[in-house]
Unconditional design. Sequence first.
Length: 463
Amino acid sequence: MRSLKRPNILIIHTDQQRWDTLRCTGNDLIHTPNLDKMASEGAVFTNCFTNNPVCMPSRMSLMTGQYPSALGCTCNGIQLPEDTLTVNKILKPYGYHTANIGKLHFWNHSNRDHKDPHPDYGFDTLILSDEPGCYDDAYIKWVESIAPDQVYNCRVALPPAANQPDNNKPPRGALTPYIWESDEDLTHTAFVASETCEYIKQHKDDRFFAFAGIYAPHAPINPPARFVHMYDIENMPLPRMSENDRGRAADIPPEQLKKMVAYYYALITHIDDQIGRIMKTLEEEGLRDNTMMIFLSDHGEHLGDHALTGKGAPGYDSCIHVPFLISYPGVIDPGMVIDHLVEQVDIVPTILDYCGIQTPRIVQGHSIKPALQKQEYKPRNSILMEFKDPFRISWRTVRTLEYKYCRNNKGREILFDLKNDPYELNDLANDENYEDILNMMRHEMLSRWFDAEKQFPLRTGAY
């Protein structure tokens, strides 16, 4: 008799990592051997996009399969209600032990004491470190336990929103990268890898769902020295800017921009090195063949493109286009490259599909399992990005494979022809030659807007 074999699920999730920062996605300057190996063993998605360009709503959409507007969280600073249905809660009745290790960011950082208990959001194991080095959280306690003399060196500058006294650490902006001040095995990335490896060993006889939340390469961009030495700053590319953008960035020396890129790449190589430890642990524990590994990021990093750093609206690819790898040995063919448009809300239904679990109606994403299994599959026509800071500014973006259209609540429109302008340097919203395209994309945005609306509560009677 046939039996259903439900896999372990391991999501390795970085913060603020662009799509074009893996060698397996075409960047020949970066060193990512472990992630490249994972890609060769499974599938690379070349067109995966986040549904929001900042941390909290992006993560909530990923873990629920719902759009930011349906969740009511469309920008940072809006906390997720504790009773929200997340993927770990759906898996729990099917025998899964569930864990979050590292960054989750369902609660705000700046207005709480990180020593106090945090809602578990249905996780059996919650080892939480949302903004490492700033607060006395699980990460700092880990450092204190194994290397007490290094705690100060593992601290980083407090963000302005923390409203606490300065701790005299180097600035945390992307344009001011610096070398990690302590041992490389004491970074937050190493902490997440160590705790994830320990979790795997402890639960090797369980069916598990684990979310490993790595804070890097989010600023501060502070890689260990060994990884910085792998990169030649002079060989780094300069950010892509229009003429107007260059005017805004005129005071930034090119060597500073190149250094930012080199250190950002070095931080990603450090991440890759630590992911190698996790992959090795799965193999040593005999779990690799029964574990679905997923790698992706919550959003990108402008890294100087458009004369911007960090993240946010209106929805440039430098911020919303993210890496997405998935492997499941013996089930997903190795070496697949899939170019279909994928949204992060599609991750939850895909996981449930592979686990043989029905997808609740509240989940708005679409399973991409048929594409991975080479079955009949209807790809998306477009992706939808939503950002709304209540009573201030709102942006929505729709992107097809050929065009991108952004509009805000003040009436500003942006249109890019991605075939002829892949780096989004020439806004065509006022070009009369693109009037038909503009109207087509307006229609697509309106259609997708209805897709993202909250559908609950349902009707329970005729009247």
